[in-house]
Each structure stands twice: as C-alpha cells, then as structure tokens.
Design a binder for this molecule. Structure first.
Ligand code: UGA
Length: 447
C-alpha cells in the first residue's frame, strides 16, 4: 500500500522507515527544503541511533521515496500521515499553526477515498479543527466539499530509541469518529506485533497526554521522595527499587535526578493544563508535577553554593547538554538551564556533551567554554556537575579526572554514577537523595 508521511522530524522519519521496513511504499515529504536536500543526500538531520542506516536501506530498496512536493506525496496514497511539530505556544498551549497550515496545503490534494492520520501530539478536538480548516480552504478555492476521513493516531516513541519504538510499539492507539477507515488502518498496522486500542478521536488524543503526564508524574513523585530521603537520611535508590518491584507500580521512570526535560514532557504537561483550563478544570496533579520539576535544577545550584560559598569566579564543569542520552536534542535541557544559571551566578563554566555541543551554542553565552573532550572541561574545575546520563560519563577514569580538577566535588544530577568509584578516586560524591554525605534535594536551614 502507498502511504504519504508529511513532516520528517523524529516521529515522521521513524514512522516512514518503520512502515517501509514492514512492506508499505512510503512517500515522505517535509516542507523544509534544506531538510529534504539533506535527507536525499543520505544524511539524517537529527542524531538517532540506527536511523541513518535503516533509512538508507529502505531508500535503496525503493520502499521509501522522498517526494518532490506535497502533491506528489499525497497523490495515490491510501493514507496521509501528518507528523508536523506542535511546539509549545507562548501561553503553554500547543502551537497548532504548522498543523493548520498543512490543512490548507492539503485541502486541494486530498480525496474522498484517502484517510488523514494525525500523529502530531495535539489537544482533543484538533481533528475537528483540522477538518474545518480543510473545508474552509476548499470553499475558498471553489472546490467541491468532501467528507474527509480522519484518524487520531498518537505516537509513543522515545528519542534515542525512535526506530526501535516505532517498530515495536507497546500499543497502537487509533481514534476514529466512524469505522469506515478501520479496515484500511487495520491492514496498514497488521505487520506490527502490538495490540490496537480502537477508540474515539478525543480519547486517542487524551491517551497521549495522559501517558506522558503520568510518566512525568512518576519522575516528579520520585524526585519528591528523594527530597524526603535526604531529610530523613534514606537512600532513594533503595526506595525506588523497593517500590518498583510492585508490578502495580513498575520499575521504570523512578530514577531521581534534576528533573525531566525534552520536547515532550515539559510541553505536554503544560498542554494538559491548558486543555483543563479550556474545559474549566485544573488538573492539580499535573500542576504539582510541573512545580516539582521546575524546582529540581535550583536545588542543585543551591547545593553547590552551600558547598562552595560564592559561585563568582568558581570554575564549574557541566557534563551533558542533551536533555537525555543518545540524542543531540537540547530542547528544555536541564543541563543548559544549569549552565545558564551558573553563568548568571558569575561562575566560569566549561561544558561538554558527546552529541549536543553544536546545537547548544545558540542557547549558551559565548563566554561559556565549549569542550570537545571531558578532560578539557574538567581541567581546573572546582566542581563537576553531570547533567545527562551519557554512558561515557559513568565509565570515566575518575582518578584521572581528580588529577585534573582543582577541587573535589562531583554532583551527579542523574543518579547514575557509582558513589564508591568516585570516592575511591578521592572525590566527594553528591547525588539526588542518595546517602553519600548529604544528598541533593534538601534545604535544611540549620545544616
Ligand atoms: C517521551 C515518552 O517517554 C515517549 O513515550 C513519548 O512518545 C515522547 O515523550 C513524545 O511525546 O514524543 P522522550 O521525551 O524521548 O519520550 O524521553 P524520555 O525517555 O521519556 O525522558 C524524558 C526525560 O525524563 C529525560 O530528561 C530523562 O532524563 C528524564 N527521566 C526519565 C528521569 O529524570 N527519570 C527517569 O526515571 C526517566
């Protein structure tokens, strides 16, 4: 079956490759000309493990083609997948402008026998808004009306594991307002070994927000427990492990740290607040999740100040600028926020990342020292803060790091380093709610 995929970011690209690998013919298109040129020349504009090779494979087999324009992508396709971005707007509401301008462009091309599949994360009701936009655009162009078939099919992939998650989803969620398109979508998804949750479009959109907000809540919850561990003298690792063994709780997303970042959790938690706001209800748990997360980076800075005193002219190394490991994405990155706050406090900041140095330059002051290797970043540092869980940091030769530093303090913002290894290197380890010395996440006036 021929399908079109419009919008070639993480979701669009991974979806395209996954469908192509599973035997569909994919016409992929993005309105960003530079992005299309890059892709056509075989280079993937984002760092996503395995994607470049997989994309080259399906292009080679003619299972995936890059369409020269929207019309040629859509023409002859049974389904048109829409995966354009819905970034956060000024008031926290998702900005639907890319989606709605795509509806304008699509309006003259779409036919009665095609189904539009919305993959972009967008509030309930966006399917109706999209259909309205198509109808208006067709009216304006003097085109006959059509009964647009639309499905809401949210994506649950993680960056860094985008292809793996697209190929092996835990579930597929499809919201339809009538069952007409069901056989076609059932056929398209038959190659994926995952259950399909058939529902209405509103519930499908809410499943996506509810899932991301629930995971974000798990993180904020465990971060709150980490604060209590620090106050009570417990160990958050043991608390998380003990909680996670209960299958009703599950052991994932219970790693305490300096908070979640990325293009999804921060955006979707705020998005759900705005959805509630529009409906006259404040989702209080989500509000608290956001509040706890916003506090996390500040706790670390205050901990650092209480250890070092004045941060002015203190040389601090920040290891990790990507919002998590295995990506070069710096959107809502806690590492970037911490580096900026340190600069605002007058510190001398050196930063390192395995993938995100280039993209981070535009988000950080030019006075920050950008280091391509860890040694250069930690050289002369009085403290090192690890802000991204890159595996490379976990296996650093900390004895060597100790010889380069001018101080001894290691702050593990992701609770993934080994405290005994750091201690054996003669360094002082501080984690988040971990017991070695006083952990982060606590502000005790008398301490
Ligand atoms: C998230 C969801 O996990 C995906 O299911 C969803 O499809 C995606 O958003 C989306 O909406 O597109 P992603 O943003 O790629 O995926 O990243 P996650 O792996 O969920 O991590 C998000 C943040 O939480 C990172 O900053 C990570 O460091 C942090 N985190 C994660 C913790 O602080 N503790 C944990 O235990 C787990």
């Amino acid at each position: 079956m021929r399908i079109a995929v419009l919008g070639l970011g993480y979701v669009g690209l991974s979806t395209s490759v996954a469908f192509a690998l599973l035997g569909q013919h994919v016409a992929a298109y993005d309105s960003d000309v530079e992005r299309m040129h890059q892709l056509e020349s075989g280079s993937v504009p984002i760092y996503e493990p395995g994607l470049t090779e997989a994309l080259a494979g399906v292009v080679e087999k003619n299972a995936l083609e890059f369409a020269s324009d929207l019309e040629s992508a859509v023409s002859g396709s049974a389904a048109v997948f829409v995966a354009v971005g819905t970034p956060p707007g000024i008031d926290g509401r998702p900005d639907l402008s890319y989606l709605l301008s795509l509806a304008d462009e699509l309006a003259p091309q779409i036919r009665d026998n095609q189904v539009v599949v919305l993959k972009s994360t967008a509030p309930p009701g966006t399917d109706v808004e999209f259909m309205k936009q198509v109808r208006l655009a067709r009216e304006k162009a003097g085109l006959p009306s059509l009964s647009l078939k639309i499905a809401v099919n949210p994506e649950f992939l993680r960056e860094g594991k985008a292809l793996e998650d697209s190929m092996h989803p835990a579930r597929i969620v499809i919201g339809l307002s009538n069952s007409e398109s069901r056989p076609l979508l059932e056929g398209l998804y038959s190659g994926f070994a995952a259950p399909i949750v058939w529902t209405d479009p509103t519930s499908a959109a809410l499943i996506k927000y509810a899932s991301n907000c629930f995971l974000a809540t798990k993180i904020s919850f465990v971060n709150e427990m980490a604060r209590l561990c620090s106050l009570a003298g417990g160990n958050i690792d043991d608390v998380s492990r003990g909680m996670g063994m209960d299958p009703r709780i599950g052991n994932q997303f219970l790693r305490a740290g300096i908070g979640y970042g990325g293009s999804c959790f921060p955006k979707d938690t705020l998005g759900l607040l705005s959805i509630g706001d529009d409906l006259g209800y404040v989702p209080r748990i989500v509000r608290a999740t956001i509040d706890v997360n916003n506090d996390q980076p500040g706790l670390l800075i205050r901990q650092l100040s209480s250890e070092l005193g004045d941060l002015r002219s203190a040389h601090i190394a920040v290891l990790g600028l990507a919002f998590k490991a295995d990506t070069d994405d710096i959107r809502e990155s806690v590492g970037i926020r911490i580096a900026n706050e340190l600069m605002a406090n007058g510190a001398i900041v050196a930063v390192h990342d395995y993938r995100a140095l280039k993209s981070a330059r535009k988000e950080l002051s030019c006075d920050v020292r950008f280091c391509a290797d860890v040694d250069a970043a930690v050289h002369g540092a009085v403290a090192v803060i690890v802000t991204t869980e890159w595996p490379g940091y976990a296996v650093l030769d900390w004895k060597h790091v100790a010889t380069l530093m001018s101080g001894k303090l290691i702050l593990d913002g992701r609770n993934f380093l080994s405290p005994p290894v750091i201690a054996r290197a003669g360094l002082t380890y501080l984690g988040v709610g971990r017991p070695a010395r006083r952990g982060l996440g606590v502000e005790v006036a008398s301490d």
